[in-house]
Design a protein around this ligand. Sequence first.
Ligand SMILES: NC(=O)c1ccc[n+]([C@@H]2O[C@H](COP(=O)([O-])OP(=O)(O)OC[C@H]3O[C@@H](n4cnc5c(N)ncnc54)[C@H](O)[C@@H]3O)[C@@H](O)[C@H]2O)c1
Length: 390
Amino acid sequence: MKRIGMGLVGPGFVGVHHIDAVRRLGFVDVVAIAASTEKSARAKADALGVPKAHGSYEQLIADPDVHVVHNTTPNFLHVPVIKAALARRKHVVSDKPLAMTANDARDLWRAAEQAGVVHAVTFNYRGNPLVQQAREMIAAGDVGPVHFIHGGYLQDWLIEATDFSWRLEPEKGGASSAVADIGSHWCDLVQHVAGQRIVEVLADLTTVIGTRMKPSGSVEAFAKGAGDRREPFTMQSEDLATLLVRFDGGAKGAVNVGQVCAGHKNDLWFEINGARASLGWRQERQNELWIGRRESASGILPKDPSLLMPGARKYAHLPGGHQEAWADAFCNVMRDIYAFIADGRTMSELRPPAFATFEDGYHAACIVDAVLESHRRGGAWTAVRERVAV
Ligand SMILES: NC(=O)c1ccc[n+]([C@@H]2O[C@H](COP(=O)([O-])OP(=O)(O)OC[C@H]3O[C@@H](n4cnc5c(N)ncnc54)[C@H](O)[C@@H]3O)[C@@H](O)[C@H]2O)c1
């Protein structure tokens, strides 16, 4: 198989997992890293065993050995990095959110289509075997018509006023914080599993911690020991949200999103209720799928490949009882994207399910825009305004 060269821009918290995931595929070479300076890029490249270090994303994108550009920079850099990659007709794998506004996301989607390259957004929870099992069961009609989709995405890493991230600065993270950062994962996931799109939202956004103490230096996500020099920062975005949602297939939904909820680490969960059965999945117990029934016992389906439907089985790589986790699901997403690239496919062809595109990133950005508008209007039902053609 022809080897594929991968270059990564933004080697912070999640960038390392992009590198780890593509290395596990066996036919991808991580050839270069770009950071904000050549020194920091070299330090990261040495630590991760990557041959080339570039002091700017432009240099990495111009590198002829880089065929696929991964973008794991802070949100405000997504547009310039991706546009530069598309200008050189490189395939792009971007982390979410694709852009800070729906208009920007749409521009990137259009530019990627015009460049004729493969474009992907890492909505990585799609890569879990039991997420795919739930999706297959719903598509096969096992659950019956779906009428209710609810859940949450709660974390506690921003509970202290001294907790800080570029995510909280509107010009770096965007106008929405918790909803764009993690609520977007939940929305993508349940739409993917249920096969219904969110078309209307009603949002109640809250800023629990109104003033935070911002460190003077730059801080990578989840980094400890930010130093003692801090200045007060008035929060403008939400750290807690309740959303009601309506789906185009007729289902109603509700989700709580928050990053100030003690004891919840990465607590993404959903429950889907249909006419014949319910399905429930929790990221922190991702090897179990709850199946709820009225006429017989409810139970847990374990992540055992021999018990999964064929479409879901290929996302499980270990026998039952051998736990698979976040990084394995991430790798499944990369496998779907890179198999598509390796086969020389184009975006008009059928894609494997864990592969989310810039169109999905654009739809996620439209939901975030609608959430902000709904809140501004005092919690009014607001349509997710999506212009379909690019
Ligand atoms: N899919 C997921 O589950 C997931 C998880 C975490 C983060 N993310 C997304 O990934 C992106 C990065 O988040 P993170 O948590 O890794 O942030 P981070 O702050 O830990 O890492 C960002 C990296 O970008 C580097 N950087 C800054 N300016 C740069 C420049 N001009 N050129 C090159 N590199 C530059 C920083 O030095 C840092 O290494 C965000 O868009 C975030 O939403 C996704």
